[in-house]
Design a protein around this ligand. Structure first.
Ligand code: CXF
Ligand code: ZN
Length: 362
């Protein structure tokens, strides 16, 4: 089958092959025919070493498809079911799962670094984040296959699997933004646009979007931002829309020390700064010991939107069906497998009006 292979960390291109295979699904695993996958910035971060990944491997971690085969112990799925995939399949029994924080379940996330599920001849290939959706098929834990209504187009569903859950989940779960809140969102890519839409769903009355690329501003507005500006304009906007107090909630969807610091600085005393962007392990952010107590702000990390993946995938698709969440409008480019390197290049360059690129497979 086809798969886009990352031969070594640091490569800026994937090798598009047609001779990759998956392992056979174990008793609690399923084989999925990938029908659509999104290209997320974290795929670039896997390639350039910003986020942990193993090579050789298959990249891609946002997708939807059809169940082809189920292991002997799988009861809740059957061939033909339509699913999205999750990069954190909940084990159901670890301390994180038992306390209801299934998005922090380490069991399968760790296994992703020890159990390669692709092969190229005799060479094992790892699936990025336990997935590897830039491939015709993936084998994943059954708990990582989230059954969806077959009426939802695969391209639409694919977006939910990472970007939408991460962005809208940060607003609705991690921050639990209340109606009437004044919200600032820094970064208007696929995750930032999802956060903007989440803030609209939550009933925020000010949704200010920040992006250095001015072409992104009308896009942010289309998805619900009430204001949009470049980083230089944030201070003036804060003065204008919060009477200089600062925003109730600020979401950093970039992951750089400068944007994280800016998010903190533009949060009001008693408000919350939420870090959604996936930054480098060695990038440090400074806070003074005094401001941390004096400003009484909450600094919240948000991993995978704090989701319960089955509940929230259903919820996002319900929002979409109700006309509250525009998923189809987020698809900026539709690609084929052969275009994956082009798509990665376009994302790396930061194309002016890009939200999400979706690859159709199968
Ligand atoms: C990432 C987080 C690290 C694993 C892969 C996915 N989140 C969003 O892209
Ligand atoms: Zn992602």
């Amino acid at each position: 089958m086809r798969a886009a292979v990352l031969n070594a960390i640091g490569d800026d291109k994937l090798e598009l092959r047609d001779d990759v295979s998956t392992v056979a699904p174990g008793p609690h695993e399923v084989r999925i025919g990938v029908r659509a996958c999104g290209i997320c910035h974290s795929d670039l971060s896997a390639m350039d070493g910003t986020l942990p990944a193993l090579a050789p491997g298959v990249v891609g971690h946002e997708g939807a498809g059809e169940v082809l085969e189920v292991g002997s112990g799988v009861e809740h799925l059957a061939p033909g079911d339509h699913v999205t995939v999750s990069f954190v399949p909940p084990c159901g029994t670890c301390p994180s799962c038992l306390r209801g924080q299934t998005h922090l379940c380490p069991v399968h996330a760790i296994a992703a670094f020890t159990s390669p599920r692709f092969r190229l001849g005799d060479t094992p290939l790892f699936g990025y984040a336990g997935l590897g959706t830039f491939a015709d098929e993936v084998v994943v834990p059954a708990a990582g296959a989230i059954k969806i209504d077959p009426a939802v187009p695969f391209e639409t569903a694919a977006l939910v699997a990472c970007g939408v859950l991460t962005g809208a989940g940060a607003v609705l779960n991690t921050a639990a933004v209340e109606p009437g809140s004044r919200v600032l969102i820094i970064g208007c890519g696929g995750v930032g646009i999802s956060a903007i839409q989440g803030a609209r769903i939550a009933g925020a009355t000010v949704i200010a979007a920040v992006d250095p690329v001015e072409a992104k501003h009308p896009i942010a507005t289309r998805f619900g931002a009430t204001h949009a500006t470049t980083p230089d304009g944030v201070e003036a906007l804060k003065q204008e829309v919060t009477a200089a107090e600062g925003f109730d909630y600020v979401f950093d969807v970039v992951g750089n020390p400068a944007t994280i610091r800016s998010a903190w600085d533009h949060t009001r005393r008693g408000g919350a700064t939420v870090i959604v962007g996936a930054g480098r392990g060695d990038a440090m952010v400074q806070f003074s010991a005094q401001e941390l107590f004096l400003h009484d702000k909450r600094l919240l990390g948000s991993f995978y939107g704090g989701v319960n993946v089955a509940r929230d995938t259903q919820r996002m698709l319900d929002f979409w069906r109700a006309g509250l969440l525009d998923l189809d409008g987020m698809i900026s480019r539709r690609l084929t497998f052969d275009d994956i390197n082009d798509g990665l290049g376009v994302l790396r360059e930061g194309h002016s009006d890009l939200i999400r690129q979706v690859v159709t497979l199968g």
